[in-house]
Write a protein that binds this ligand. Sequence first.
Ligand code: ZN
Ligand code: ZN
Ligand code: ZN
Ligand code: ZN
Ligand code: ZN
Ligand code: ZN
Ligand code: ZN
Length: 1757
Amino acid sequence: MASELEPEVQAIDRSLLECSAEETAGKWLQATDLTREVYQHLAHYVPKIYCRGPNPFPQKEDMLAQHILLGPMEWYLCGEDPGFGFSKLEQANKPSHLCGRVFKVGEPTYSCRDCAVDPTCVLCMECFLGSVHRDHRYRMTTSGGGGFCDCGDTEAWKEGPYCQKHELNTSEIEEEEDPLVHLSEDMIARAYNIFAIMFRYAVEILTWEKEDELPADLEMVENSDTYYCMLFNDEVHTYEQVIYTLQKAVNCTQKEAIGFATTVDRDGRRSVRYGDFQYCEQAKSVIVRSTSRQTKPLKVQVMHSSIVAHQNFGLKLLSWLGNIIGYSDGLRRILCQVGLQEGPDGENYSLVDRLMLSDSKLWKGARSVYHQLFMSSLLMDLKYKKLFAVRFAKNYQQLQRDFMEDDHERAVSVTALSVQFFTAPTLARMLITEENLMTIIIKTFMDHLRHRDAQGRFQFERYTALQAFKFRRVQSLILDLKYVLISKPTEWSDELRQKFLEGFDAFLELLKCMQGMDPITRQVGQHIEMEPEWEAAFTLQMKLTHIISMMQDWCALDEKVLIEAYKKCLAVLMQCHSGFTDGEQPITLSICGHSVETIRYCVSQEKVSIHLPVSRLLAGLHALLSKSEVAYKFPELLPLSELSPPMLIEHPLRCLVLCAQVHAGMWRRNGFSLVNQEQYQNHNVKCRREMFDKDIVMLQTGVSMMDPNHFLMIMLSRFELYQIFSTPDYGTRFSSEVTHKDVVQQNNTLIEEMLYLIIMLVGERFSPGVGLVNAADEIKREIIHQLSIRPMAHSELVKSLPEDENKETGMESVIEAVAHFKKPGLTGRGMYELKPECAKEFNLYFYHFSRAEQSKAEEAQRKLKRQNREDTALPPPVLPPFCPLFESLVNILQSDVMLCIMGTILQWAVEHNGYAWSESMLQRVLHLIGMALREEKQHLENVAEGHVVTFTFSQKISRPGEAPNNSPSILAMLETLQNAPYLEVHKDMIRWILKTFNAIKKVRESSSTSPVAETGGGAIMEENSRDKDKAERKRKAEIARLRREKIMAQMSEMQRHFIDENRELFQQTLDLDASPSAVFDHSPVASDMTLTALGPAQTRVPEQRQFITCILCQEEQEVKVESRAMVLAAFIQRSTVLSKNRSKFIQDPEKYDPLFTHPDLSCGTHTGSCGHIMHAHCWQRYFDSVQAKEQRRQQRLRLHTSYDVENGEFLCPLCECLSNTVIPLLLPPRNIFNSRLNFSEQPNLTQWIRTISQQIKALQVLKKEYTNIDTVSSKNLENMDKLQLPEGFRPDFRPKNPYSESIREMLTTFGTATYKVGLKVHPNEEDPRVPIMCWGSCAYTIQSTERILSDEDKPLFGPLPCRLDDCLRSLTRFAAAHWTVASLPVVQGHFCKLFASLVPDENHGDLPCILDIDMFHLLVGLVLAFPALQCQDFSGTSLGTGDLHIFHLVTMAHIVQILLTSCTGENGMDQENPVGEEELAVLDLYKTLHQYTGSALKETPSAWHLWRSVRAGITPFLKCSALFFHYLNGVPSPSEVQVIGTSHFEHLCNYLSLPSNLICLFQENSEIMNSLIESWCHNNEVKRYLEGERDAISYPRESNKLIDLPEDYSSLINQASNFSCPKSGGDKSRAPTLCLVCGTLLCSQSYCCQTELEGEDVGACTAHTYSCGSGVGIFLRVRECQVLFLAGKTKGCFYAPPYLDDYGETDQGLRRGNPLHLCTERFKKIQKLWQQHSITEEIGHAQEANQTLVGIDWQHL
Ligand SMILES: [Zn+2]
Ligand SMILES: [Zn+2]
Ligand SMILES: [Zn+2]
Ligand SMILES: [Zn+2]
Ligand SMILES: [Zn+2]
Ligand SMILES: [Zn+2]
Ligand SMILES: [Zn+2]
C-alpha cells in the first residue's frame, strides 16, 4: 500500500517559481479572448499548486497561489505594480460610513436598548466604545459568528448611528454619490473584465457536481490520476462515531482521527485518504457501511484531485475578491454589478443567484466563504443591497425549501442572511409592497406544515421525528416574519395598506388552521392510554405570540387598516363558526324573570379546544378599536352591528370553563398533558398575553354588548351550574344528598371558579382599550402584584413579565415608582421591594396569579397589615374607569341574576350547612360586593350635575328577596354573618363592606339625588355601638397576640442566628473576625510579666488540664500523655499558594529530597482542620463503616461521592467538612522532657555549637562503624576506644516513648498521611522522609497563616477562630512529638545535615547555600529534630538552651541572607545624623559581609536604609517563629501583640528572647560568628549571585494574589475572543478559560487540548492545575461568566463569578446580557478562599449540597 503513496512533501517545481506575474498580466492585457487565456492559465497551474498529496500544506499553497495565480490578476487590475496600485486606490477611496466588521465566534457585540431599532442591530466593541451608546442602557452578547457591525447604518439606530471613527464629516453629506467616479475608465474596464471571469470561475467550480471530470475549459492535457476520499460534515453523527469509523476505515491513529473529525466539523469537509481511485473507493465503502446501520450514512465522495484543487483555489479567490474590494468602494460596486448581472439564461442566472440556490449543496467551509464575500460586498453597498434583497425575496421559497432538506444549522445557511434585509425598515417595506414578502413568508410556512385534520386544521397528534425536525426548522420562517414586522411604518401608502392586508389575509388563513386544533374530549371511566402530543401546538402558539402582537400594533397605526383587518378577522371567525351549532338543540334558560335562548352544550361531554387564535386576535383588534378616535367620534363606522355577542363569547367561555373543570379535577383521566396546557394558556408569560388575556377581553366585549342577565345565565349553563342557581331551594336539597360528596366538591370549585371569572371580567381593566389606562399602568400593576408575593431580584421580575418583540418588558421606566432597590451583600442578589404606598393597589384576585402565588400573596399582604396594626381585610382596589365601548360591563354587578347568585351563596353561608358551601366561595362573593360598592362610590363622586346615578347596588342589596322565597336582604345576611363564629377570618372584610355601605348611604342622603332604602339603617347604627365594645376587646386581644408573636419571632430569630453562626463556623472558611478562640489562651496570665516563649528563661505556665468531649460518643476525657488518643479531623493538601516559582514542581517524587525547602516555597504541604475532636478509636470505627458502606454502594451502582474513600478521605461526622486524616491532640511536648534535669549553668552559643559539633562527629563515626560492622568487626571496638565521646553524651541511650500506644499509633497515622499527600507517593511509614514532611507541613501552614494575618492587617495573636487555633496547636505539637515514633538515627541524621547547612562539617559537602534555604523551614526542622540528639546528652544542657541557640543561629543566618539579597537600591536616601545604635551596628555587619564577599557586595547603602530593610525583611520570620514557639511551648502571647496597632517589633523580640537590636547577636557571639559568616559568604552560589549570574529570593516575600481582573467584563470577552487554541493552529477556542492564579488562557473542554496525565486523558484546565496549583485550580470560564474550582481529577464545582450587573446580580451563562462590572469584594472573597486553602473544602460542600455536581467529568474541562 505504502508504495502507492506519493512522497509526503513534493519539491517545489522550479518552473513554477520562474513564472512572472507582470509578464502574465502583460499577456492578458494584449489578449483578444481574455477568458480563454485566464482559464488556460488556471487549468495549467492550479493543479500544480493545490492538492499535491495526502496532507494539505496551506502555507506553501498560499505562497505559490499568490505568486502565480493571484499576482497576475493584481497586476492586470492595477495596470502597474499592485504594491503601488492598491495604495493609490486606497487613497482615492472615500471610505464607507459603514463599519461592517464581520463577527468572529465569541466576539462581544453590543446593542443599545434605548436607540437600536431592534435587538438585531449591534456594534462591535471598538465602535461601541467610540459611540454615545456606552452611556445608555445597553446589552452585551457574544456573537455566534456571522453577522456584522451596524455602525453607520442610519436605519439601525434611532440616535447616534456613527461611532467617532465612522462619524460622517458634516461637510460632506452629499447624497449617495456614485463611488465609480473615483476610478479611471481603464480601471473600471479592467476590473469588470477580471472580476467577471474570476467570479464566474469560482462559482462554476464550487457548484460543480461531477466527481471525476472537470469543466471542459479547465481540462488539462497531462492528467495524473490521483484521488481524494472526501468526508463531509453532517449533523447526525457524533464526534465519537466519526472518530471511531475513521480509525477503522483509513487505519489511522486516534489522534489523526480526532484531527480529521475536528476539521470536518469546522470546514465541512476533509480528505481522509489520498491515492488511486480503488484505494479511496475502498475507504469510502467502509465508512458508508459502518455508519449506515441506524442513520443515514456519512457523506463521502471520491473526488479527482484536480477538482479539489480548483475548488480550493475557488475559495481562495473569493476571499481574495473580498480583500481587493476593501481597497475601494468603486471596486466593490463593480463586483456587485458583476455578481448580480443577469446571465444569458434568464433572470435566475446571475452568479449571486447561482450561489444562493446551490447553498444547501455546498459544504460548510465554502458556504461561509461566500457568505462573507456577500457581507463585505453586496451588503455594504446600499444600492446593491436593495437589489440583492429583491433577488433574495424572489428566491425565498426555493431557498427555504432547500434549507428544509438540508441538515446543517441555520447559522451556516444562506437563509440566515434574511436578518440583514428584513430588519432594515425601508428594505422591508419595499419588499412587502413590491415583492409581497409578508404573504410569501406566510404561504411558504403553510406549505411546510401539511398535516391537517378533516376540518383543515393543523394536526400534530401523531407526527414523526422527521416531521418534528422539519417543524423545528420551519420555525425560522416565523423569525423572518418577525424581522419584517419589527419596525413599524411611520406612514402608510395605499400599496402598503393593500399588501399588508393581503399579508394579514394569509396570516388569518394560518390562524384559521389553528383555531380549534388539538380538540379534546373528557375521558370518563378509563384513564387515557397515551398522553397526547400537545407541545407542538403550543410551540407554534408561543412562536407566533409576538407576530400576533405585532400584527395588532401595525393595525393600530392606521384606522383604515384597523377597520379592514377587523372586518376580515370577523369574517374568518364566522367561517370557523359556520358549523357552530353543530345540530345542538336550542334551549331556554330563565332566572329571576329573565330568560334567554342558547344551545345545549356541555364542555364535559363534547369536544373542546384551547386554541382559538382567531377569536383572540379579534379581541385584540376590538380593544384597539375601542381605543381609537373613531370609536368616540363615529362609532357608527365600526362594524359592530355585524357582531353576535353570544357567538363571540361561546368559544372563549368554553375554554375558560375547561380550565375551571381541570381545577375541579374533572379531567383527571385525561392525563397530565391537559394540566400542562392549562398552565401554559393561563400562566405562562410567553403565552397568556395572546391566549388567556384575550379570552377575558373577548368575554368583556361580549358582556358589554348584551344583557348581563343573559350573559350570566349562559355562563351558568356552560359551567353546568344552571340547575343549582335556578332551583330556589337547591342548596338545602343538595346538602342532604350526602352520597355524592365528590360532585359537591366539584360543584363548589366550579362555583368558586365562576365567581373568580366574574371578578376578572369586572376588575381587569388594565389593557389599554378596555380601561382608560396606558401601557405603563399595565406594567406597573404587573410589578406591584409580583412584588406583593415577595421581594424579587431584577431577573426574576423580568422573567415574570411578558417581553415584547424587542425583548423589553418596559419595567425600567416604572419600577422606581413602585419599588425600592435593596443592594446585595457579599452573597445573594439585589432585591426590589414593593413601596408601602403601593400595597393599596393590591388585588387578591389578580388574574395572572397562579393558585400558589395567590395564597402566598394573600398571606404576605395580611402579615404586612398585621405588622402595620391595620385590620386584615384585603378589599378590592380602586379601579380605573372602563373605555366607553366597555362601559356597560359594570352593570353585571347589579344585575338581577348576579344578586341572585350572591344572595344564594350568602344564604348558604348563613345556614352554614355542611360541605355544600365553601369559605372561598364566600370570600369571592364578599370581594364582588366590595367591587360593586367601590363602583357605586366612584359613580357618586364623578357624577355630573343633574345626572342620575344609575348604578344603585347599595339600594338593591338592601331590599329583601321577593316572594315566594322571601329571603332576607343581602345586607341583612352580611350583618348576620358578621357575628358568625366560624367566619373569623372574613370579619374584617365584612366590616369593611358595611362601613363602605354606610359611607355611600351618607353621600346619597346628603346629595339626596335618590331615596335610600329604609331597611337596615337602624340595625347598622346599633351595630356601630356594639362595634365599639367589640373593637376594644379586639384591640386588647390584638396587643396580646402581637406580644406573643414578638416572643415567637425572637425565639425563631435566636434559632436562626444559631444556625447561621454555626454555618459560618462549619462551612465558611476561617473567617478571622469570627468567634474568638478558646478562652484559656488569651486570659492574661500575668499582665505585667514579660512573657518569653522559649529558652532557659521561658515563662512557666501552670499546666492547664484539658477536658474534651468526643463528638461521636459524647464522652468527656482529659488530654494526657498516657491516655487514649483524641484526634482532630484534618485535611492535608499540597499547595502552591505561597509559590514564587510556578514553573517548578516535583519531578520524581520517589527520589525527591524535601530536607531543605527553597525560599521560593514552590510547593508546600498545607494542613487544615474543621476543629472537631473525637476519640481515635471512635474515628477508626466511623471510618471503617464509611469504607464498608462505600464498597457496598460501588458494587450496587456506579455512583461517585464527593470524597474518595480509597484515598483515605471522609467527611467530618459533625460538619461534613472534607478530611483525609486526623491529628492527635497533645500536651506541650517540651514539658515532658524538660523536667528531667536541673540546669544550673548553660553553655553560651559558641560553646554550645562546639559541643553539638562534637556530638555530631561522634555520631558520624559511630554510624560509619555501624555500617561496616560486618566486615571489620575486630577493628570496630578499637575505633570506639579512640573516639572521644563528649562529656555526658551517651549515644547508646534509647529514651522510652512516654506516649500511650493509641497516641503513638495516631502519630504514625498522621505522619504517614502527610508523607503520602505531600509527596504523592504510596504510604510508607518507614521512609526516612516522613518526619521531614511533618516538620515541613507545620512550617508551611504557619507561614501561610502568617501571610493571611498580615495581608488583612490582623494582629498576630488576635482572636483566631477555634478551628484554626486548634489546628495550629495540634499540628505544631504533633510535629514536635513525631520523632518519638520515628527511627532515632534517622532523625539525628536529618538534624546533622540541617545543622551542617549553617555550621559546615567535612561530612556534608554539597548542601544548598544560605540563599537557597527557607530559614523558617530550617528553624522548624532543627528545633523539632533536636530532641533526638539532646535525649542522649546527659551533660546538663537543657532542651530550652538548644532551642534558643538554634533560634539565634538561624535568625543570624536570615539577617545575613537579607543583607545579601534585599538591601539594594535607594543609595541616595541617606538620612541625616544622628544615626541610631541599630543602624551603626548593621552598617558594621554590612562592612564585614562586604569584606568576606571579596567586595562583590555593592557599596555601602545608607545605614538607615539597611536597618529598615533588615527589619522589614525579618519581620515575617519573627512572626512565624512567635506562632511556632507559642504553640510549641504553650506560653501565652503578650497582650500588646493581640491587638492591631503600630509595629510590635520590640514586643516580638522580647517574646522570642531576642535583643531588639538584632545585630547585638552577632556582636555577642563574634567569636564563632565571624568564621560562620565567612563560610557562608565563600560559597560559590553566593558569589555567582553577587556577580549577577543567578537570581535569589529577596525579603520580605510579597504575598501572592489572584490576577487583576478588568472592571468591565466585556474586555475579558474580547480578550478571549482573540484567543485561539494553542494546539490546532489558529482555531478559535470554544471554551476559553482563564486561570485566576497565573493569568494563563486555556482552551478548555475540548478534544484538541486534551493531554495525558498519569495515564488518563484530561482537559486543559485539569492539566494546568497540576503544574500551576499542584492539583487545585481557580478558573474563570469566560463565555459562561462562571468561576470554576477544580481539585484533583474528580472534584470540581462552579462558583458565582465576581461580576455583577447594575441590579446586583450575576449572569452565569451570559444569558441576560446586562453590562457586568467587577465586584471587588466578591473577588476578594474568592481570593481569600484560595489563600486559606479552602477551595477543596468549598468544592466538598458544593458537591454535598448538589449531587449532580458529583457526576460531572471535571477532568475533561
Ligand atoms: Zn464596528
Ligand atoms: Zn463605527
Ligand atoms: Zn443608545
Ligand atoms: Zn468517642
Ligand atoms: Zn467538623
Ligand atoms: Zn484547543
Ligand atoms: Zn495558572
